[in-house]
Design a protein around this ligand. Structure first.
Ligand code: HEM
Length: 472
């Protein structure tokens, strides 16, 4: 039985921090069940917390206690109002072994400095300049898919990953990442390891020679080689530019020890590649899956794309005209938020919604369950892009929908990610129809991002009435 409220008691700052009530939760004897769920059914574990205990739950799993919060006010408190108190938590701490101190995992002064260097590259004006690259890569994708038309199914996850790596390479690094086969594979090994450490609660030391650990180390080395090559290739061409590599070259050059500078550079670039490609690729894969199951949505997408784009490639200004396509992407991000879990580590004791949070507590805010909170979302499991009609969206508390996080650690790449997703969905919907393979089960796999387990095979057909060849 779900217990929740539309109104949180809020955080009365006159209270002694940590003096609130203990959140409800399963008894200690449930440890084995919870541990099994943490290993095999992480989304189920989050649902169990939200459905069984409401807006706050305490999950004691062996020596670890997880504090789960599932109300927009709680999300606001942890991610924005008292963000200083909450450093990045489980999963990301483990990912640090691969990502080092990049923007996603760093804290404090270092993070502030990095954000100042990187953020300008992702601002609206810059993203507008990248629209041509995104449209170009999307056109190549459509051509590739068209070539596979009617034949063997294509793996949509694989195709979307290629697309987003291609965009990142060209938009951020001025490089062809297609030339670096190792990139996608290496990120898989990195995620695998981070998840393994998370679900075993880091109880297996990293020096134990498990095959996973060895694969992880190999992947980490491969990523470093790729990044070093990219940087070396760009070093001579960075003069007078103001893109991400040039800004990083400039800032890391100031490090007294060149080895520290080189490591920072690696960490930043590996982080941007990881944070920037799989999130957008998963969003698109989930969108194609959902659209295939809702023919009325597919028809509207096709009609809008024909109406707005005609036979040409999209330009930045089209983003505001492709309103229904944007609504479909927003609804996809609600049901399948790529960053399905935000983990934090409480630095000091605190109180959230009247509940005590001790110093050192692992705090979880879960976009996957928050986006299904029945007090804010009617029939939450239903795929309904109309929820993102402007009037409907305005009537919801802002922190009920947080696919890009919130507060100071809000995603830096959200404009780029959204533009990619909208352009690709529009162009594919205009020209093609992707149909699922009968009998194939589509199952979410919550790793560092919410993936489609085992890929997404779909068969490609031309859209009815679509031109035989794409516009150049
Ligand atoms: C649909 C696509 C995307 C989604 C859903 C998404 C989601 C998120 C979320 C939820 C966070 C906050 C994590 C936290 O608070 O712990 C985040 C942070 C971040 N994202 Fe994204 N992201 C997307 C695309 C991108 C792209 C395209 C890039 C870059 C190329 C990017 C780079 C980053 C970085 C560097 C951070 C860390 C920011 C910081 O901590 O200051 N993301 N993203």
């Amino acid at each position: 039985m779900r217990r929740h409220s539309t109104h949180s008691p809020g955080t009365d700052r006159t209270h002694v921090p940590g003096a609130g009530r203990v959140p409800p939760g399963p008894p200690r004897t449930a440890t084995f069940t919870l541990l099994r769920k943490l290993n095999w059914d992480r989304l189920g574990l989050m649902r169990l917390a939200a459905d069984g205990y409401g807006d706050a739950a305490r999950l004691a799993i062996g020596p670890k206690v997880l504090y789960f919060f599932n109300h927009p006010d709680h999300a606001k408190h942890v991610l924005a109002d008292n963000a200083e108190n909450y450093h990045k938590g489980i999963g990301l701490q483990q990912a640090k072994r691969a990502l080092g101190d990049g923007l996603l995992t760093s804290e404090g002064e270092l993070w502030r400095e990095q954000r100042k260097i990187i953020r300008p590259v992702f601002q609206n004006k810059r993203v507008a300049q990248q629209a041509g690259i995104v449209a170009d890569e999307a056109a190549s994708l459509v051509a590739r898919l068209r070539a596979a038309g009617g034949g063997q199914p294509v793996d949509v996850v694989h195709e979307m990953t290629g697309l987003t790596l291609g965009v990142l390479g060209r938009a951020l690094l001025d490089a062809d990442l297609g030339a670096y086969e190792a990139v996608g594979e290496s990120f898989e090994a990195v995620q695998d390891q981070a998840m393994f450490e998370m679900v075993t609660l880091s109880l297996v030391p990293p020096w134990v020679p498990l095959p996973k650990q060895l694969r992880f180390r190999k992947a980490r080395r491969a990523l470093q080689v790729v990044v070093d090559q990219l940087v070396a290739d760009r070093a001579e061409r960075s003069y007078g530019r103001d893109d991400v590599v040039s800004r990083l070259v400039e800032s890391t050059r100031r490090e007294a020890d060149p080895r520290v500078g080189q490591q920072r550079m690696r960490d930043e670039l590996v982080t941007l590649l990881l944070a920037g490609h799989e999130t957008t690729a998963s969003t698109l894969a989930w969108a194609f899956h959902l659209v295939d199951r809702h023919p009325e949505v597919r028809e509207r997408l096709h009609a809008e794309a024909v109406d707005v784009l005609g036979g040409r490639l999209p330009v930045y200004e089209d983003l505001h005209r492709l309103t229904y396509t944007s609504m479909v992407i927003n609804e996809t991000l609600r049901l399948f938020p790529p960053v399905w879990l935000l983990t934090r580590l409480a630095q000091q004791a605190d109180e959230i919604g009247g509940y005590a949070v001790p110093a050192g507590a692992d705090v979880l805010v879960c976009p996957y369950t928050l986006h299904r909170h029945p007090a804010f979302w009617h029939a939450p499991e239903r795929f309904d892009p109309e929820r993102f009609d402007q009037a409907a969206a305005r009537s919801r508390p802002p922190y009920a929908y947080i696919p890009f996080g919130a507060g100071p650690r809000f995603c830096v790449g959200n404009h780029l990610g959204l533009m990619e997703a909208v352009f690709v969905l529009a162009m594919v919907s205009r020209d093609l129809r992707l149909r699922s393979v009968p009998g194939h089960q589509v199952v979410p796999e919550p790793m560092l991002s919410l993936r489609v387990k085992g890929g997404l095979p779909m068969t490609v057909y031309p859209a009815p009435g679509a031109a035989a060849a794409p516009a150049a």
